[in-house]
Design a protein around this ligand. Structure first.
Ligand SMILES: Cc1cc2nc3c(=O)[nH]c(=O)nc-3n(C[C@H](O)[C@H](O)[C@H](O)COP(=O)(O)O)c2cc1C
Length: 178
């Protein structure tokens, strides 16, 4: 699938079919994540792949009830937990680059998943300490995000985006790019 088609059609998927995800496909997705750029090539990311249904239920229960991704997390056959070790990245001028490093890797995984016909959904609203306990994540790692992974039950319609004129400027702040 062409990259622009992937970018245009990816959606946050919150409803899944029970169809399994093959180990070979998971490996491809993790390889896609591994290729991401990072601060000084520190590669602070770690990925936990959770297939065990009981563990996935517990992970879903670590999301607040109000989190719209909660139900889909329990439905999808795989949950991926994105962790990062801040020491393998850097805080530079007040900016924590481990979040950016880990986020880039996760997004690569998510785009690759879409190219494979699989759905994902960024989940960043959860109880970090509960997830740490469920997955035995060591204290030097932060848990940055989770995603369910599986075959989408449906393709949601696109969420709107701000128009280009509002977000892109030419040469100086406020001068529209067009
Ligand atoms: C950093 C981040 C955190 C997010 N956390 C959640 C979340 O906890 N629950 C959820 O349902 N969606 C979450 N989302 C998904 C966004 O709601 C979604 O990307 C946005 O509404 C645009 O929709 P789209 O991804 O289908 O284009 C998150 C997205 C990002 C980038």
């Amino acid at each position: 699938m062409d990259l622009y088609t992937v970018l245009e059609n990816r959606r946050s998927i919150r409803k899944y079919l029970p169809d399994p995800v093959e180990t070979g496909t998971l490996r491809k997705l993790l390889e896609a994540a591994r290729l991401a750029p990072s601060w000084k090539n520190g590669q602070c990311w770690r990925f936990l792949v959770i297939r065990d249904p009981e563990k996935r239920e517990r992970l879903a229960a670590a999301l607040p009830e109000m989190n719209p991704a909660r139900k889909g997390m329990a439905e999808a056959p795989v949950t991926i937990v994105l962790c990062a070790k801040p020491e393998e990245s850097e805080r530079h001028e007040g900016k924590d680059y481990y979040l950016l490093d880990a986020g880039l890797a996760m997004q690569q995984l998510m785009l690759a998943a879409h190219a494979e016909g699989l759905g994902t959904c960024w989940v960043a609203w959860f109880d970090e300490e509960k997830i740490r306990r469920i997955c035995s994540v060591p204290p030097e790692y932060r848990i940055v995000a989770l995603t369910p992974l599986g075959v989408p039950a449906r393709q949601p319609s696109p969420r709107g985006r701000k128009p280009l004129e509002e977000i892109a400027f030419l040469e100086e702040w406020g001068r529209p790019f067009n």
